[in-house]
Ligand binder design. Structure first.
Ligand code: GDP
Ligand code: MG
Length: 597
């Protein structure tokens, strides 16, 4: 296809505003699949994505659209994830396109990720087409929301497209808007090859698949290519595109988005943002790259059964083939034995990886408290990065400790503003800005990342009955008065429960956790003391009285099979426990204990 007949676009929206549903409608109309193969949210192909109703990996589909001008256009659609943890996936998809469809739910209006995504689209020089979705809903107020988009974002909405992705109303108008309003890509077919590496993943049948956007030159089957940054070189086995089915072609031309396969063994060779060039006739310089993807939340993952350690290592390496954004490194814990310290983009990312390990690889895991990355300067001048609270050096050995701060944008209806401001203050937030758009307030805060990793998002949602939305970016490191709180169970420190907190809050958090653990640890046949300590000083103490737990007593004799079932259930329950000295702590305690009230 010549450049004039290509349009590359992303769909951006706040979560649940209807991106995936719109993508479904577009694929139904112009994609390469039969009606009987169509199912909802066809791009959300991973099971977890489908169950949670979120898009994790950005996907791309080529559509063929015969426009009203009689010409047929090649439309390359990129679906993007909406959750803050995956903001990076959004940014790399946008770099491969010239325009964006900005989907806004006409019954909800502009939300935090609407804004965050628009800013990224503007940074990428995108032409933005506003699309008001869900106009079939009785609660839809398209005129009011159009005004809000103008006020808050400053985007002209006079020719916004009104649609219902659910019923299919207005889909044709979306397609026409893409053709008439988005610029076509530019590129020189005769120049040396420069293709942007947008994404890569591992497919168990096909090996590593790379998603590319060809900027200049032509990417051909059989060609010898080189990654300009990693230096790796490969022979291209095949190129093609998704409809969303895989279609092989001989070449990808400038302006096109598609995939390549090259018998690549490791995704590590395929850095997102790298430039792919021709080995024989290389480009003189790479395309401008992307920001690197840095894990910001770390936690320990340990097998419940120590014998599963090698299995866990194997599973992590397989998962990493698919998701280069998480890191892992072997670690040992006095309490939990051998495991891995893993880094994630955020808490949702952590939960997804944990769930995939348990589900797809059949592993029982203990997850320790998530922690941010602290920077420490030791008194001997050495700089260290601290990923694990248990490893925090003694106070006397530290010259200073710094923690990461974020800049958070929260959008919330007026009536919930008070409690939201209070929450931010409790979490050591510093207000930067407060503005109104109609009856919605937009607040910008600086907050320590440490204060949001556990439960900030949950709290925000519950305080605002689900109406607040939230987005953040990493801001900078700042020196802080931080201490390590150690939790002791029957006088033994449990390293996996240690956490770092600001001095002003450490004691009360320590107390909270002891109270919470008292409920989370089942009573056992002897008394258990639960204590919190800061630098050797006990700041809280709870005690759990003894109990003789006899499951069979409940059965009043009689039913033998019921007894056996109960026994098995109890055994099953044991699998999820960890022994500390003589005390058993259930897996759920490790995370639950740290959620603040
Ligand atoms: P995404 O998170 O932006 O990908 O949103 P989804 O496409 O998953 O849609 C979120 C929810 O809104 C789903 O339950 C959809 O069925 C629903 N939805 C999407 N578009 C429409 C629409 O036009 N009208 C109505 N009534 N519901 C819609
Ligand atoms: Mg989706």
């Amino acid at each position: 296809t010549d450049l004039k007949h290509i349009r590359n676009f992303a769909i951006i929206a706040h979560i649940d505003h209807g991106k995936s549903t719109l993508a479904d409608r577009l694929i139904q109309k112009c994609g390469g699949i039969e009606e009987r193969e169509m199912r909802d949210q066809i791009l959300d192909s991973m099971d977890i994505e489908r169950e949670r109703g979120i898009t994790i990996k950005a996907q791309t589909v080529r559509l063929a659209y015969k426009a009203k001008d009689g010409e047929t256009y090649e439309l390359n659609l990129m679906d993007t994830p909406g959750h803050v943890d995956f903001a990076y996936e959004v940014s790399r998809s946008l770099a491969a396109c010239e325009g964006s469809l900005l989907v806004v739910d006409a019954s909800q209006g502009v939300e935090a990720q609407t804004l965050a995504n628009v800013y990224q689209a503007i940074e990428n020089n995108h032409e933005i087409v506003p699309v008001l979705n869900k106009i079939d809903l009785p609660a839809a107020e398209p005129e009011r929301i159009k005004q809000q988009i103008e006020d808050v974002i400053g985007l002209d909405t006079s020719n916004a497209v009104m649609i219902s992705a659910k019923t299919g109303l207005g889909i044709e108008d979306v397609l026409e808007a893409l053709v008439t309003r988005l610029p076509s890509p530019q590129g020189d077919a005769d120049a040396p090859l420069q293709a942007l590496l947008v994404d890569s993943w591992y497919d168990s049948y096909l090996g590593v698949i790379i998603l590319v956007r060809v900027k200049h030159g032509i990417l051909r089957k059989g060609q010898k290519i080189r990654m300009m940054n990693t230096g790796a070189s490969y022979q291209v086995d095949g190129v093609g595109y998704f409809t969303p089915k895989m279609v092989q072609v001989d070449a990808l031309n400038p302006g096109e988005i598609g995939f390549l396969q090259a018998s690549i063994k490791a995704v590590a060779d395929c850095e997102v943002g790298d430039t792919i060039t021709d080995e024989k006739r290389p480009a003189d310089k790479p395309l401008p790259g992307f920001k690197p993807n840095v894990p910001v939340v770390f936690c320990g993952l340990f097998p419940v059964d120590a014998a599963d350690f090698e299995d866990l290592r194997d599973s992590l390496s397989k998962l990493r083939l698919n998701d280069a954004s998480f890191e892992y490194e072997a670690e040992t814990s006095a309490a939990l034995g051998f495991g891995f310290r893993c880094g994630f983009l955020g808490l949702l990312h952590l939960e997804i990886i944990q769930e995939r390990l348990e589900r797809e690889f059949n592993l029982d895991l203990i997850t320790t408290a998530p922690s941010v990355v602290y920077r420490i300067e030791l008194t001997n001048g050495e700089q260290v990065q601290l990923h694990n609270p248990a490893d925090m050096p003694e106070v006397t050995k530290m010259a200073k400790i710094e923690e990461p701060w974020i800049k958070a944008t929260i959008m919330v209806p007026d009536e919930f503003l008070g409690p939201i401001l209070q929450l931010c203050t409790e979490r050591r937030g510093v207000q930067l800005d407060l503005t109104y758009a109609g009856n919605r307030a937009m607040v910008v805060y600086r907050l320590p990342l440490n204060e949001i990793v556990f439960d900030f998002y949950d709290r925000l949602k519950s305080i605002s009955r689900g109406y607040a939305s939230f987005d953040y970016e990493i801001d900078s490191y700042q020196e802080s008065d931080l201490v390590k709180v150690t939790i002791l169970v029957n006088a033994e420190p449990v390293d996996a429960l240690a956490f770092i907190a600001h001095k002003g809050q450490a004691e009360s958090r320590g107390r909270q956790i002891c109270t919470r653990l008292k409920d989370l640890i089942p009573r056992q046949m002897f008394q258990i003391a639960i204590q919190a300590a800061i630098g050797g000083r006990i700041v809280a103490r709870e005690s759990l009285s003894a109990l003789r737990k006899d499951v069979l007593a409940k059965c009043y004799g009689g039913d033998v099979s019921r007894k056996r079932k109960l026994l098995e259930k109890q055994k099953e329950g044991k699998k999820r426990m960890r022994q500390f000295g003589k005390v058993e702590i259930p897996q759920s305690a490790f995370l639950a204990a740290l959620k603040m009230g």
